[in-house]
Unconditional design. Structure first.
Length: 132
């Protein structure tokens, strides 16, 4: 398995996610934990966290969980459910594999704040572009 530093270096090329503050905290087998410290660029006009921030963080966690050893999985379908407004200053996404098939995989990615409040649930189906 690659080191966390090697994985972070590879995903530093995921410029949109990393330049908006997404960082990799942990990586495991079919698992990744990523976070973002919130600031004013993440806020919408009424002061809430912009929905795209949640999705970007979930998509980044999915990408890290599925591609940190061998790239080749892309999003095929995704949905997001907003469950609660964020009162904290940090978002934490944990991508966990629910099913890993021959050509597709399915991940559940809950996003919480630093207080443990469940804010969103994201489900992503991935497509394996290469025979892994």
């Amino acid at each position: 398995m690659k080191s966390l530093d090697e994985i972070k270096e590879f995903f530093s090329n995921d410029r949109y996610a990393t330049e908006t503050g997404a960082v990799i905290e942990e990586v495991g087998d079919k698992y990744a934990k990523c976070s973002v410290e919130l600031n004013e660029i993440h806020r919408n006009a009424v002061g809430g966290v912009m929905g795209a921030v949640y999705y970007t963080l979930a998509d980044f966690a999915f990408a890290v969980a599925t591609n940190h050893e061998q790239p080749g999985i892309v999003s095929l379908d995704a949905n997001i459910s907003f469950l609660s407004s964020c009162k904290g200053t940090k978002l934490i996404a944990e991508a966990q594999c629910v099913r890993d098939g021959r050509t597709t995989c399915y991940y559940r990615i809950p996003i919480t704040d630093e207080n443990g409040t469940l804010l969103t649930m994201v489900n992503i189906t991935g497509f394996k572009t290469q025979n892994r």
